[in-house]
Design a protein around this ligand. Structure first.
Ligand code: ADP
Length: 613
């Protein structure tokens, strides 16, 4: 636990840059804050002093140093006052003067409070930024196999929610270490100066009150967490309902979903009510407790005043400071609870930061310089969950410059097979070789540098058209990008967009049609100009015009490249050098279109039904 905490603090670096100024700000804050409340004492003494209407005694010469002590600095101060303002003025304006001094003290205390708070904020913002960056970088390092649907949500919540929780833990550290204790010390010192008997009494009594108040606050937090969970449930129902509104309507299922929502809503409300009950109770209860404490003090302190061992002003000042001291004590207790929560969230964050990508480059990995002869699948087996074999012993090869079409029923393993080539996953047994060398011998970066993947679901980013294409090759010139767009049949429609190549395409390319999106992702691949192309043809139907443009673009892309195509279009299949029919993780048939038709097997049947899914 302490280790996690230390690692969390590691995000704040250098610590001294924040801690040192914070210490001084906190010190001055505590000092001026105590002084502000301490000012009540001279004010009260001025008011209550029956013999003289003021306590001010003019002092015209510097008092001997021996007369001045920490508890009695008034001769010194009076000397300064006398010389600055003159006796006359002081005598008639004593109260105003005291009020002004109080005000100045208070302003100073608030100034330092602000400075210390800003130091903490700066520290928090910087460390959070660093934490999020680290998390994101780590996530980007992971292999695609790491991201199941469930994991994705979990990661998102870690990067957003947990980081937020952790921030309290880090921020509050400084407060726990410096501010609150300094404030408590300041108050206690003042109280001791006024009356040690009363202070002793209060110090013994105070922890009892603090613990009582603390336990009330703690009991509040528990349902608050549950409330967040319920809120989360409700948000997910809302999300489901809104995104599935067409399905819900078409099945006339609004009542079902309404009932579900109402149920969660009622649960949430009940929880909120019980929480509110406790919350509303907490404030009066802690106030009552606080007041009880003060009353007890009044009885005890009052008797001290009557017996003459304490001045009335001193007593009022004491009560004022005492009523303030519960604040830092309570916040001190609270912070510890927060730190605990932060550590729990921190552990979830470090779990992500400490995870290692399953697929890593060998220490002596080579750089792949290109494909010269062939890609070879040698008895490849693969399973996602080590129980069910998705690829079950597949061997074939692709000569340089050839196009191989993978066809077969849905779920047969075609996509999986194609994802083994860029090493998104490694085969469980068997091997994939490029020019006779296992792809595991190469660095992943160099391997992927020679291939492009054009997937069914075109992945575009919320950015300009130009930048979306440029992703294919960093540092490409505008001319090269335009050339790639021309090859991909995208140039014309791009020029019709409001800002041409600078047009923003919206989230995931929402502002474009399906065919346009596909042509952009083809342009991206053209720009990269890879030797090896992995293409997953889209199944969704496009209108004839769009279809023709996409098909042309694909043909240009395939030209002269070594390609593996998960084929859905008859024309692609016809043009392929080799067709491999994959069914249940095995090669069912292979050959050219004519050969396979002659066999009259699965392929012939698929052609007949026109289904190449
Ligand atoms: P095809 O591309 O031929 O339709 P896939 O390669 O997509 O087939 O899927 C083959 C099998 O692997 C299917 O049974 C599918 O459910 C399973 N599968 C695909 N992706 C994953 C995954 N990420 N995790 C677990 N199983 C998967």
């Amino acid at each position: 636990m302490f280790k996690t905490y230390k690692r969390l603090l590691g995000f704040v670096s250098p610590m001294s840059r924040y801690a040192v100024p914070y210490f001084f700000y906190a010190l001055f804050y505590a000092l001026f804050n105590t002084c502000t409340y301490a000012m009540i004492l001279p004010i009260m003494n001025t008011l209550f002093d029956v013999k003289n209407a003021y306590v001010f005694e003019p002092v015209f010469s510097m008092p001997p140093l021996s007369e001045i002590s920490l508890t009695n600095i008034s001769p010194m101060l009076n000397y300064v006052y006398t010389n600055t303002f003159g006796t006359e003025f002081l005598m008639s304006n004593m109260l105003i003067l005291l009020a002004v001094v109080t005000l100045i003290m208070n302003l100073m205390s608030n100034l330092f409070r602000y400075l210390s708070a800003m130091t903490v904020e700066r520290m928090r913002v910087c460390s959070l930024q660093r934490m999020r960056n680290d998390l994101f970088n780590k996530v980007m390092e992971m292999n695609p196999g790491y991201f199941s649907e469930q994991r994705k949500g979990d990661l998102m919540s870690r990067i957003t929610q947990d980081v937020m929780v952790v921030q309290y833990s880090i921020t509050n550290t400084l407060q726990v270490i410096f501010r609150d204790p300094l404030l408590i010390i300041g108050y206690v010192v003042y109280m001791l100066m006024v009356s040690w008997q009363l202070s002793l009494f209060a110090i013994l009594f105070l922890p009892v009150v603090a613990v009582l108040i603390g336990s009330i606050v703690k009991r509040l937090r528990h349902p608050a967490l549950k409330g967040q969970e319920r809120m989360g449930d409700m948000v997910s129902i809302l999300d489901e309902s809104l995104s599935g509104i067409k399905v819900i309507k078409s099945y006339n299922a609004t009542n079902y979903i309404r009932r579900k929502f109402m149920e969660f809503n009622a649960q949430f409300s009940r929880l909120m009510l019980s929480m509110a009950k406790r919350q509303q109770l907490a404030s009066p209860m802690s106030e009552a407790l606080g007041l009880t404490a003060v009353s007890v003090l009044i009885v005890f302190g009052g008797s001290l005043v009557m017996s003459g061992s304490l001045t009335a002003g001193g007593f009022v000042g004491f009560i004022a400071v005492f009523s303030q001291i519960t604040r830092p004590v309570r916040s001190f207790i609270d912070q510890f609870a927060n730190v605990n929560q932060g550590i729990a969230a921190g552990e979830r964050i470090f779990e992500v930061l400490d995870s290692q990508p399953e697929i890593q480059d060998k220490p002596d990995a080579k750089v792949l310089d290109g494909l010269h002869d062939k890609i070879e699948f040698r008895d490849v087996h693969f399973s996602y969950d080590s129980t069910k074999e998705v690829i079950n012993g597949i061997s074939f090869d692709i000569k340089r410059g050839q196009t191989v079409a993978l066809v077969g029923p849905s779920g047969g393993g075609k996509s999986t097979l194609s994802e083994l080539i860029p090493r998104f996953y490694d085969p469980t047994s068997g091997d994939i070789l490029i020019d006779g060398v296992s792809i595991k011998e190469y660095t992943q970066d160099s391997l992927r540098a020679h291939m492009s993947i054009v997937a069914q679901d075109t992945i575009l980013f919320n950015d300009s058209i130009e930048n979306n294409i440029a992703m294919g090759r960093q540092g490409a010139t505008h001319e090269e990008i335009m050339q790639a767009a021309r090859v991909a049949n995208a140039h014309d429609f791009i020029m019709e967009c409001p800002a041409g190549y600078e047009t923003n395409i919206g989230d995931r390319g929402a502002k474009l049609s399906g065919g346009q999106r596909q042509r952009l992702s083809i342009a991206r691949a053209v720009l990269k100009n890879p030797e090896i192309l992995i293409l997953d043809e889209a199944t969704s139907a496009l209108d004839t015009e769009s279809e023709k443009l996409v098909q042309e673009a694909l043909n240009s892309l395939l030209e002269g490249r070594t390609s593996i195509v998960i084929a859905h279009r008859l024309s692609t299949i016809h043009n392929a050098d080799k067709i491999i029919v994959i069914d249940k993780g095995k090669i069912a048939e292979q050959g050219t279109h004519a050969e396979l038709m002659a066999r009259n097997g699965i392929y012939a049947k698929l052609i007949e039904m026109q289904s190449f899914d």
